[in-house]
Design a protein around this ligand. Structure first.
Ligand code: ZN
Length: 172
């Protein structure tokens, strides 16, 4: 893993007093997940964490922009995302079998650090709106034309078959 993109918190740094840190999720971060739907991004994550007994409660603030393929032309389009999450980190002997939900991470009691990358990625991904298109007139016109041609071909009348195929059928 690229250390520059590490989203790791050393657990000993989180004492009872308020712990604050900050991550910047950039293209290097998003590339690690190899998802064609999330091409690039620049998302700031602020974290405030506190240890309460055997549990760490982290409050996250996310804000920034990600690049996703436009629904109309497939060129990258920027989408603003923002929001808050509360993530609970707790410790359990059987951490691997414990059913953690999206707002909980279960660690073995002797864990020294926690990598938040998977959770941070999911928090960004769920905030991408279902529909994302360029503003009117800003789509890649050439690509749009290509896609339109393609869809009109696939939607064409089934009786309107390829003449070469008709010729073959005559031979059979
Ligand atoms: Zn577009």
């Amino acid at each position: 893993m690229d250390r520059n993109n590490a989203t790791i918190i050393v657990l000993d740094d989180i004492k009872t007093a308020r712990y604050v840190c900050h991550f910047d999720l950039d293209k290097g971060f998003f590339d690690r997940f190899e998802n064609d739907e999330l091409i690039d991004g620049n998302v700031a994550v602020g974290i405030e964490a506190e240890r309460v007994g055997q549990t760490i409660v982290a409050r996250l603030t996310l804000g920034g922009k990600v690049m996703v393929p436009c629904d109309r032309c497939l060129d990258p389009v920027g989408v603003e995302i923002s929001g808050n999450e509360t993530l609970t980190i707790r410790f359990a002997d059987n951490a691997e079998n414990d059913d953690a939900n999206e707002n909980e991470i279960v660690l073995s009691p002797n864990a020294k650090s926690v990598d938040l990358s998977q959770r941070l990625y999911e928090y960004v991904a769920v905030r991408i709106p279902l529909r994302h298109v360029h503003l009117e007139g800003q789509c890649n016109a050439g690509m749009q034309q290509l896609l339109q041609n393609h869809s009109s071909q696939t939607n064409s009348d089934p009786s309107d078959t390829d003449p070469r195929w008709d010729a073959l059928k005559d031979l059979m």
